[in-house]
Design a protein around this ligand. Structure first.
Ligand code: HEC
Length: 163
C-alpha cells in the first residue's frame, strides 16, 4: 500500500474537484446520435432493426400463447390416452406384463390370461390389477409405475381376452 505521507503519492484531492464542472461539460450536448449526461454518452433515437424483429416476434408469440395455451390439466384431459382403451391396454400389456404373462391360455411365469376376467370376475380382476399378489410373485401394477388410466386400459384389454 502506498504511504499517504510518501512524497511520491499525490496528495489526496478533494473529491468534488475530480468531477468536471458544468463549464467544462455541456450536460445535454446533442449531436444527433447521443446525449452527454455527466460525461457519459447516452445514445438515443433508433431501436436496432433486429431488436424490432425480436419485439415483434415476442408480441406475436405472447398473443398466441395467451389465446391458445391451456392449463396443463386441460391438456392431459384432451389427449387421447386420457380415455382408457383396450388398444392402449394391449400396449401397456406388451411392455409391462408380457414378460410374465401370455395373452393366451399358456402359462409363462404367471398364468396365461386368456379368459381371466371370466375366471376372476370384475372385482377380483380389479383387486389384482391394483394390489397384485405380492406374496405369489404378482407385482402390484402401481408399483410398476402404471397410472390408474393405464390400469383401466389393461382391464379393458384383459376383459377382451375372452375364451
Ligand atoms: C414378475 C412377473 C409378473 C409380472 C411382471 C406381472 N405378473 Fe401378473 N402374475 C404373476 C404371477 C406369478 C401370478 C400368479 C399369482 C398367483 O399364483 O396367484 C400373476 C397373476 C396375475 C393375475 C391373476 C391371474 C389368475 O388367473 O388368477 C392377473 C390378472 C395378472 N397377473 C395380471 C398382470 C398384469 C396386467 C400385469 C402387467 C401390469 C402383470 N400381471 C405383470 C407374475 C407377474
Amino acid at each position: 500500500m502506498a504511504n499517504p505521507r510518501d512524497p511520491k503519492t499525490p496528495a489526496p484531492t478533494d473529491t468534488a474537484q475530480t468531477f468536471q464542472t458544468s463549464e467544462e461539460v455541456e450536460p445535454h450536448q446533442d449531436d444527433g446520435h447521443y446525449t452527454v449526461v455527466s460525461d457519459i454518452k447516452v445514445a438515443h433515437g433508433k431501436v436496432p432493426k433486429f431488436l424490432k424483429f425480436v419485439y415483434a416476434a415476442l408480441a406475436v408469440w405472447g398473443l398466441y400463447y395467451a389465446l391458445a395455451a391451456k392449463p396443463i390439466n386441460d391438456r392431459t384431459e384432451a389427449s387421447p390416452s386420457a380415455v382408457p382403451t383396450a388398444e392402449a391396454g394391449a400396449e401397456v400389456f406388451s411392455t409391462s406384463c408380457a414378460g410374465c404373462h401370455n395373452p393366451t391360455a399358456e402359462r409363462k411365469i404367471g398364468p396365461g390370461l386368456l379368459g381371466v376376467q371370466q375366471r376372476l370376475g370384475d372385482k377380483e380382476l380389479d383387486n389384482v390389477l391394483h394390489n397384485g399378489r405380492p406374496d405369489k410373485g404378482m407385482p402390484a401394477p402401481p408399483s410398476l409405475n402404471l397410472t390408474e388410466n393405464q390400469i383401466q386400459s389393461l382391464k379393458l384389454y384383459l376383459t377382451s381376452l375372452k375364451k
